[in-house]
Design a protein around this ligand. Structure first.
Ligand code: SF4
Length: 458
């Protein structure tokens, strides 16, 4: 059978879809590039905002239309729309769906497909599949054929769920409390990706810095980075990243480990969400704007050339103009490399949805969002200008509209032209143009004896 997975949402969902694809590949099923050509159709859903949830239902309706034409098709829904609890209401709303999979749980689909096949069919398919994947072990993650030795970057979940309780966030209700994966599982995952040509992995968690907190005497994230770094050195993996951090859990040990290990990139994702202490308190984030300011200084002191990205929610219930300006001024002061901006969207079950009125008009939310976007465009343009004329190592991911595209250690996007095949290679590029969202580079022209080569690394 052929499968097609449509993924909405975050990197964790991308990794979950990859895990599901791997289980289907292990059973001997193969990826279809179009939903029309697939026998197994899956939507991996996101509900972090109402608009994301609406898109998931639309996509499911489209798949139902395909099933009406061919009732043998199998439809599955996965992710945060399903959540960790029994989706009774969802089953009523989606009667045409065959399989419901909680986030990060491909098991129900595997069981459903096995129930539809005879034992001999299962064994034959699995034997054929095993032959096709020579070096990979049973527990390894198997990439679909079209991604093997083509995919350059991949995500590796290290801790699932979240035990924090930010008042606006639906994730703990849909992904459950935090659960760290074992070191052995993570090492096997990373090694199998490297075996299939992946050059960069990003370790994932809602609060990735809390890795190991639920493992008695367990390793923390700094220890895990050291272990994964050893795997990288032996398996040819070039780069390691991790996200998403939380201001309260970033230790000096972690920061010093990032600075010390050459394959761990100087790139930190640590959301602030707002710049006003009263708003932060009602969000139950657990820190103040000044705590965040001090953290940014600590990160910059300990990790040379570091890029710091953040998340901001505008229009949280009760956010006054002055409180919004506190966020604006904090961003203007800290000059961060990227701010992922979102307008507040009340989510079911959350404390803010149940106890706070969504009283900032949508128009005002859009005005505040635009103000921060304009500010960040200016800030990042200034930051990126510093790279002009410098030479930076870029890991090349793919060709896009005739140009090679890749990222610096600071996760900045760089494009360049070359006839040679740079796919999956790290190339030193001279930066010739910079803008707020990307940069243009060129292969260094012949070296002039009297000009030292300046390379911006970690
Ligand atoms: S830390 Fe807060 S915002 Fe992040 S996943 Fe957990 S509850 Fe949600």
């Amino acid at each position: 059978m052929r499968y097609y997975i449509h993924t909405f949402g975050c990197q964790m969902n991308v990794a979950d879809s990859q895990r599901l694809a791997s289980e289907l590949e292990r059973m001997g099923h193969h990826a279809a590039t179009e939903a029309d050509d697939a026998d197994i159709l899956v939507v991996n859903t996101c509900v972090v905002r109402q608009s994301a949830e609406d898109k998931a239902y639309n996509r499911l309706n489209m798949m139902n239309a395909l099933k009406k034409e061919n009732p043998d098709k199998v439809i599955g829904v996965m992710g945060c729309l399903v959540g960790v609890r029994d989706p009774l209401k969802l089953r009523k709303r989606l009667p045409y769906v065959d399989v419901f999979m909680p986030p990060s749980e491909p098991g129900p689909m595997v069981a459903f497909l096995r129930d539809r096949m005879s034992e001999s069919e299962i064994l034959a398919l699995e034997a054929e599949a095993r032959q096709q994947r020579d070096a990979l072990q049973d527990g390894d993650l198997i990439l679909p054929t079209h991604e093997q030795h083509n995919l350059i970057t991949a995500h590796v979940p290290v801790v699932y769920g979240c035990s924090h309780a930010c008042t606006f966030c639906i994730i703990p209700f849909r992904r459950g409390i935090e659960r760290s994966r074992s070191v052995g599982e993570i090492v096997a995952h990373v090694r199998s990706l490297a075996l299939q040509g992946v050059k960069e992995v990003t370790l994932l968690g809602q609060i990735v810095d809390r890795y190991g907190k639920d493992i008695p005497d367990g390793p923390d994230l700094a220890d895990l980075l050291r272990i994964v770094h050893d795997v990288a050195e032996e398996s040819g993996l070039e780069r390691i990243r991790f996200l998403t951090s939380h201001p309260n859990w970033m230790t000096d040990k972690l920061l010093d480990t990032v600075a010390e290990l050459p394959r761990v990139m100087p790139h930190i994702e640590v959301p602030v969400q707002a710049g006003d202490d009263e708003v932060l308190a009602r969000m139950k984030r657990g820190y103040t704007a000044d705590d965040y300011r001090k953290l940014i200084h600590r990160i910059r002191e300990r990790i040379p050339h570091v890029a710091i990205n953040t998340d901001i929610i505008v229009g949280f219930p009760g956010e006054s103009d002055a409180q919004f300006m506190a966020t604006y001024n904090l961003l203007a002061e800290l000059k961060l490399d990227k701010a992922h901006l979102a307008r507040y969207s009340p989510r079911p079950q959350t404390v803010s949805e149940r106890t706070m009125a969504d009283d900032v008009p949508d128009e005002e939310k859009r005005r505040r969002h635009q103000m921060l976007e304009d500010l960040q465009a200016q800030v990042v343009a200034e930051i990126n200008q510093r790279y002009l004329g410098e030479t930076v190592p870029v890991l090349v991911e793919e060709k896009h509209k005739g140009k090679w595209r890749g990222r610096t250690p600071q996760n900045k996007l760089v494009f360049f032209e070359s006839e040679d095949n740079w796919h999956g290679k790290v190339v030193d590029l001279e930066i010739t143009w910079t803008g707020p969202w990307s940069m243009q580079g060129r292969l260094p022209t012949a070296q002039h004896e009297d000009e030292p080569l300046i390379v911006i690394t970690g």
